[in-house]
Design a protein around this ligand. Structure first.
Ligand code: SF4
Length: 351
């Protein structure tokens, strides 16, 4: 019996229609990789991200055109938009005027107190939150990265609190797993603001997914983290998929059918890799929402056991498989019809 994860007690911050912190589900975020002022392209990518399960999306605001595009994008998007601001605090002011649901400020490149104060006052008036988004790559002071990130973050918090602004979310991202974990852990000990978890500059998709999973999952298991973003040098839809897998693996969220498949070995007599990929695509298209566990196993060794534990499953032999449902063997199905049969049986259970 696994123990429930006891989440850190945090304030609740509202980002558009999504509540972050407290006991609210850990929200999935991603970031568009289009030029924000290219409104239609950006809106299309937001739609793709939303279809994949993204709940809050961040947009790079590099200039006034990007900030002003927010007004138009808001009319085309139905998930909250976060304006990502670096260097020029005036872009935050413009993004707020144009309807951003949240602002991300980087203390590593916006440091004048007067500028921070101006953004906070406008955000307060607009009733939108601000993320203090520390990024180890933008910090140039001497000292350990964790110490410098925390000092920088605390300085921002002091300015915010002097203005009685508490709609704050915090992120402390480094490109190194252990530094990131330590920074969040230490910050968790001194404040109750919700945290946006992530690593920065993780590298290639495979390596990035592994590194992000380790850092994010380690913190989530300790109850730390209220929203997550997996950063990958890849299509942002893959970021959202990876984020979902992390939350599902920890039992923190369920997003519909989940395939449990064996790694295959010399005993496997079917092309299980292709079968699983096809099934994954078919499930995505089916838009089934129930959290089925589907076991797809390569042979009779662990196959029947796993398949019987799942809601539905198949343990393959040479040219056919044994179909199981709710723990009971149902019938043999041919290799060719296996995916269709699984989907039909699930639909029956779904309706
Ligand atoms: S279920 Fe069978 S094919 Fe799959 S890994 Fe185990 S022994 Fe190998």
């Amino acid at each position: 019996m696994t123990q429930d994860i006891k989440r850190r007690k945090t304030r609740v911050v509202k980002v558009g229609t999504v509540c972050v912190g407290g006991a609210y589900p850990i929200a999935i975020q991603s970031m568009t990789k289009t030029k924000t002022s290219h409104v239609l392209e950006t809106a299309r990518q937001i739609r793709q991200l939303q279809d994949a399960g993204c709940e809050i999306v961040r947009l790079a605001v590099k200039d006034n055109k990007d900030a002003e595009a927010i007004t138009k994008i808001k009319k085309l998007a139905t998930i909250p938009l976060v304006a990502d601001i670096h260097f020029d605090w005036r872009l935050a002011l413009r993004a707020i005027e144009c309807g951003a649901d949240k602002i991300r400020l980087n203390p590593g490149n916006i440091s004048a107190e007067a500028h921070i104060r101006e953004v906070v006052q406008r955000a307060k008036k607009a009733k939108i939150p601000i993320r203090i988004g520390l990024n180890s790559g933008s910090i140039r002071k001497s000292g350990t990265q964790v110490k410098v990130m925390m000092e920088s973050c605390c300085r921002y918090i002091r300015v915010f609190e002097k203005l009685k602004f508490y709609d704050t979310v915090i992120s402390l991202k480094a490109s190194d797993v252990r530094t990131t974990i330590e920074a969040y852990r230490r910050m968790a000990g001194i404040c109750d603001y919700p945290f946006h978890l992530g690593l920065t500059a993780t590298g290639s998709p495979f390596k990035g997914a592994v590194q992000s999973s380790i850092a994010i999952a380690s913190l989530l298991l300790e109850g730390i983290g209220d929203t997550i973003r997996v950063s990958l040098t890849d299509d942002p839809v893959q970021e959202v998929r990876t984020a979902r897998y992390i939350l599902e693996a920890l039992g923190l969220r369920r997003f519909g059918p989940r395939i449990i498949s064996c790694p295959t070995c010399g005993r496997c007599q079917v092309d299980l890799v292709t079968i699983v990929k096809k099934l994954e695509r078919a499930l995505e298209r089916s838009q089934m929402t129930r959290a089925f566990r589907i076991a797809v196993m390569g042979c009779e060794v662990n196959g029947p056991g796993e398949a019987m534990d799942a809601d539905i499953g198949i343990a393959f032999g040479r040219k056919e498989g044994l179909l199981f449902k709710n723990g009971k063997p149902l019938r043999k199905v041919s290799l060719r019809e296996s995916i269709t049969v699984l989907l039909e049986e699930m639909r029956r259970m779904h309706d």
